[in-house]
Design a protein around this ligand. Sequence first.
Ligand code: ADP
Ligand code: ZN
Ligand code: ZN
Length: 746
Amino acid sequence: MPAADPLPAAAPRVLRVAVAAPLGELLDYLAPASGAVQPGTRVLVPLGRARRVGMVVAVDQPTALPAGRLKAVAAVLDEAPLLAPADLDFLLWAAQYYRGDPGEALFGALPVRLRRAQPLLDDRPLGWRALPGAAAGVDAGHPELRRAPRQRAVLALLGRTPQGLTDTALRSALGDCAAPLRALAGRGLVQRCRLDATAAAAPAAAAEPDPPPILNQHQAAAAAAVATDAGFGCFLLDGVTGSGKTEVYLRLIARVLDAGRQVLVLVPEIGLTPQLRNRFARRVSAPMAVLHSALADTERERAWRAAATGSARLLLGTRSAVFTPLPALGLVIVDEEHDLSLKQQEGFRYSARDLAVRRAQQADCPVVLGSATPSLETLHNARTGRYRHLLLPERAGRAVDPEILVADIRAQPLETGLSHALLTRMEREIDAGNQVLLFLNRRGFSPVLTCHDCGWISECSRCDARMTLHRGRALLVCHHCGLEHGQPVQCPYCTSPDLRPLGQGTERVEDTLRQRFPGLPLARIDRDSTRRRGELERLLAAAARGEQRILLGTQMLAKGHHLPGVTLVGILDLDHGLYGSDFRATERMAQLLVQVAGRAGRAERPGTVMLQTRHPQHPMLSLLLREGYGAFATAALAERLEANLPPFSHQAMLRADSPQEQAALDFLVQALAAARPLAPPEVEFWGPAPAQMERRAGRVRAQLLLQAPTRGLLQRVLAALLPVLRGLKAPRDLRWSLDVDPQESL
Ligand code: ADP
Ligand code: ZN
Ligand code: ZN
């Protein structure tokens, strides 16, 4: 060991490593003799008989293991750390808060190739550099170039640019110089090589960005309220659809980029990113990276690296982008903060919105949560003063609020779910040359197929659910487990040919509309019609240009798309949200309703929304329609307070499932018995109970809900409970998971 080493020669250097395997803990290893390894570096470590990739999270740790039992790191995989100490802190904090596995959390945050033992993708651009000394005194020093002015010019330019130049940069300075470069390379004066990312990031004078509009008074007040140079602060930008929230983001982004810092923008869904990305690209001239799950692995890795090295100044991404290293982070924005897709519901379960707040706190910068329909959690934080509440009460520009009409469809004849009132209204708008948007949150042709003779229904053999008829593909499909059967031509039970679809999905409504409006351009937008990559983008762009007259779709259509030609929004059915068994059902219904309604009349033309319902007198629905989302939220929060539900308490859901009938419940009974003594009396346990859909994909599911008055208490109980859960006896085929701050309580 070198003499400067601060440790006594006898003390082995111990590395704490997060291994990419579900171990539930960090492991200690001996550092390689060959020298220092910094935190954030990947290593290969022995684990049992295998070798695994791990990440060093701390060095020179005291270890509980005797020196003889420590195994040595087998190899160091990176020359320099992939993650900075702040990134490690954040990821390990997230793993701890959500009671996830540290290794899974850390490696889940890396681009796919880096989760394996593969080296960083060399994405530095190719270019040319003068060899050392070659360019010195170009004219005097190289008599052989006397009659080659092009080569002299190229060499002189490279001599002045020691970091090198890309082909593009050379071409824009000197025109095509492929031949002189070849000649110079032949003389050993220049070299083709990889250039530093900074040399490449210098953009070739991007097109002038669009000029920003003048903010209205509310927007200006909101933008002024967010101090971008005063450290951490959390802001709720609560603005009706079309009120110009995005303009406020753009203003803040410009300010932060000008100050030389980076910006992270999180959006719920990929479908939202094309429009938003284009809008950002037109307005922001700084280099931008985009991260979402539809990218190829190498594209993701490139975007991740651009953010991590600082060459990208703005990162726009879906939920997992919250984990991307951003060394100069100066602002975090979460658009549509209420959206459920910001919550990861499988594997390492986390809320990207809540983590965004933590991330901003760690980076000591502001975070802005934007929505037209804020979640009750966030509204509560704003109303109790923990977040600053910024309101944009009016639509920006010239658009006016849509008018909402209620179509009471009790005892009304419906044509494939469409009431006479809605059809009449549609005809009127179509005749006037406008676009109509119809919302039905159910894809497929019909949610069930039944036998008219014996009453057979198309049940899934693996779930407590019906199989949906997809007539276009002639299939019965279970939307819960993915099971598919060919569409039967006769009843599997009594062989009667009289099989009938019951109810309707978007495919069936499309059929009806095509018959009713023959030749009228219509687009159905749901997961089935947009399976092909780029299809959603294409359909939405065509819709925005006004090429379709009717847009029919599921909640894919409800999200922030800008569809200026839509003057009528028809909502076919939201009633299930009024009486859902999840306590968040009405909140979700209200958000969906307001979001869909927000698609109407976003430009000069005023809009109308027609809501079909069998419960026009439902108190929460009528409150929402009469007084708006804010009043609805006040009443809904009062109900939550009364029932002691979140945000007035804090929950964690323990779920278990197994192919065997009783196993999940048995496990949770044990879990409850173990947990009770660990928790003070104010912690409540609900269950164990069968899940709402007890059987799914052939597994029987159960759940146990923990509820505590404070986050801190809940965390303490979970910390004590987790090791106990890991030690419980359970059959091999039982799986369990813990969901902290669950968004679905079913
Ligand atoms: P939101 O994000 O709240 O839905 P946007 O920022 O998309 O709202 O704005 C809605 C529409 O109004 C967009 O077409 C936008 O260009 C326009 N807009 C926003 N702010 C202004 C403004 N201050 N002046 C004129 N038009 C504006
Ligand atoms: Zn039958
Ligand atoms: Zn199924």
